[in-house]
Ligand binder design. Structure first.
Ligand code: AMP
Ligand code: MG
Length: 496
């Protein structure tokens, strides 16, 4: 291929492919007729030292769909296994994705550059290896919103349409490829896959690779694999606490979608809550409600148990002892999650100090929100007005405006006891509780327009949700819950 502007910019290493060849297959993207970049995260490009303009060229488009590989790179499809809705699949892997390689951002951080929708691979099973524009832009917008909200997440560098019509249930859709950046694509399912190969050296190499990339302190522990397990347990407890306090439903928390790094990954049928209800499920494929909003912490714990099982041979030669050590840590998950969650909730309520009554204060608020059909985002946002002396925006969220009276009395007493200056507290809360999140009906509307060729609404939505804390004039509709009729029927689809 001829020299291009973008190739010198995309200098990729192939550390994963070199260190763990058993867990991947060298591969390349499918030829597509007319690749064209339609979305670039300029800020992310700049963090990576890339010129956003150079990412929009025809040459870049060929790289971003996987047709051309940057010089010196070694793209691979990664293998992994996973429990999907509780049932074990021994061989999943990148059925429509490629790891192009690792790059380094301006701070020297090592990051994976990965493509989704780049064509069939040896892991495709019955799938066509393709992705379509709606779901790829969905990941682009929601991952950008999550990043802006401060939730650890993979990020989306670009969406490139392929010029191909891809067959889907809803009819032919414009084909697209997402370029994703992540601190790595190591998943619980990667460890399950390696463990199934019954090769202790491979499992150890994978563990060392994960420790070096994400949890380096574990290398010095007596039992590094156990220390890795504990570190992952901690980052996952912190992550799910963030999801629970921001009102995010992942929707498909299979073990292959649970990272070792603690980043949110794989935005399929995910959604933000409108009205607060722990039983909320949006995914069209989650019939049993396994991945309902309120189940997310216990599902993370379940997935971590699968991770521990994969690590057992490295934890102790005596299997019973290994199980005992892992179980001991796993049992601490609810407490660690609870600690993180309460810290997040204190920040949302503008409380500085821990208090024995915290648990009750938070539970009572959430119970009333549920009973009253209160909007999750707007209820928390309105609490800063309470601090500033005006409860009206909060009461406006309730069906019965008196429903929170006793609670408000306790809350005000807590605030008063802390004695901090109201405006300082309220400003902190407004930097914690967003006003704008990518609500389902807005995402849906913008994706429908984009699929029909109008990128205007998605551009505006992106602008709004990437500045989630800053109230701006003219954006009222972005802060409103879905019209009732929408909320009841809304489902998100898995995005294949
Ligand atoms: P996901 O639901 O996106 O996490 O994907 C679960 C598994 O299905 C992964 O192994 C994917 O690579 C695979 N997969 C999803 N969609 C496709 C597709 N269109 N073609 C091939 N494999 C796919
Ligand atoms: Mg996945």
């Amino acid at each position: 291929m001829a020299a291009t502007d973008v190739r010198p910019l995309l200098e990729l290493t192939h550390r994963f492919a070199d260190e763990l060849p058993e867990l991947c297959t060298p591969w390349q993207g499918a030829e597509v007729p007319a690749p064209q970049v339609v979305a670039v995260d300029d800020a992310l490009a700049q963090e990576l030292g890339l010129d956003p303009q150079a990412l929009s060229t025809p040459e870049a488009a060929r790289v971003l769909v996987g047709m051309d590989a940057p010089e010196g790179s070694l793209p691979v499809a990664q293998g992994y296994a996973g429990h999907q809705f509780g049932g074990y699949s021994p061989r999943l892997g990148d059925g429509r994705a490629l790891l192009l390689g690792e790059l380094h951002d301006l701070d020297g951080r090592e990051l994976d550059l990965h493509l989704k929708g780049s064509g069939r691979t040896p892991f495709s099973r019955g799938g066509d290896g393709k992705a379509v524009i709606g779901p790829m832009l969905r990941e682009f917008v929601i991952s950008a919103a999550m990043h802006a909200l401060g939730v650890p997440t993979t990020r989306s560098l670009a969406v490139t349409i392929t010029g191909e019509a891809v067959r889907r249930e809803e009819g032919p859709q414009p084909g697209a490829v997402l370029a994703r950046v992540a601190v790595s694509h190591l998943r619980v399912g990667t460890f399950q896959y390696a463990a199934s190969m019954q090769d202790p050296d491979l499992l150890r190499r994978l563990t060392d690779h994960a420790i070096a990339r994400h949890h380096p302190a574990a290398a010095d522990a007596d039992v590094p694999a156990l220390a890795l397990f504990e570190a992952v347990l901690d980052v996952q407890a912190a992550l799910v606490a963030r999801w629970m306090t921001v009102g995010f439903i992942h929707g498909v928390m299979n073990t292959d979608n649970t990272t070792i790094s603690g980043e949110t990954i794989d935005y399929g049928p995910c959604a933000f809550l409108d009205a607060f209800d722990p039983a909320t499920v949006y995914s069209s494929i989650d019939h049993g409600g396994r991945y309902a909003f309120g189940n997310q912490p216990s599902i993370v714990q379940w997935n971590l148990a699968r991770f521990a099982e994969a690590l057992l041979p490295l934890i102790d030669d005596d299997q019973d002892r290994a199980v005992e050590l892992a179980t001991g840590l796993l049992a601490a998950f609810p407490a660690r999650f609870g600690q993180q969650w309460r810290a997040e909730m204190r920040a949302k309520l503008g409380l500085a100090a821990e208090d024995d009554a915290d648990g009750d204060l938070f539970d009572d608020l959430l119970r009333t929100m549920h009973e009253q059909g209160a909007d999750h985002t707007n209820t928390f946002r309105s609490l800063s007005s309470v601090v500033r002396g005006d409860a009206t925006p909060l009461l406006d969220q309730l069906r019965d405006r008196a429903a929170l009276d006793p609670w408000l009395e306790r809350y005000r007493a807590r605030l008063a006891a802390e004695g901090r200056q109201a405006e300082v507290v309220a400003e902190g809360m407004d930097r914690t509780n967003p006003i704008y999140v990518p609500r389902n009906h807005l995402v849906d509307e913008a994706l429908t327009a984009a699929t029909a060729g109008d990128m205007g609404p998605i551009g505006e939505l992106l602008d709004v949700v990437t500045r989630p804390f800053e109230e701006r004039p003219g954006l009222d509709r972005y802060a409103l819950p879905a019209p009732d009729a929408f909320g009841e029927s809304f489902q998100t689809f898995c995005g294949t």
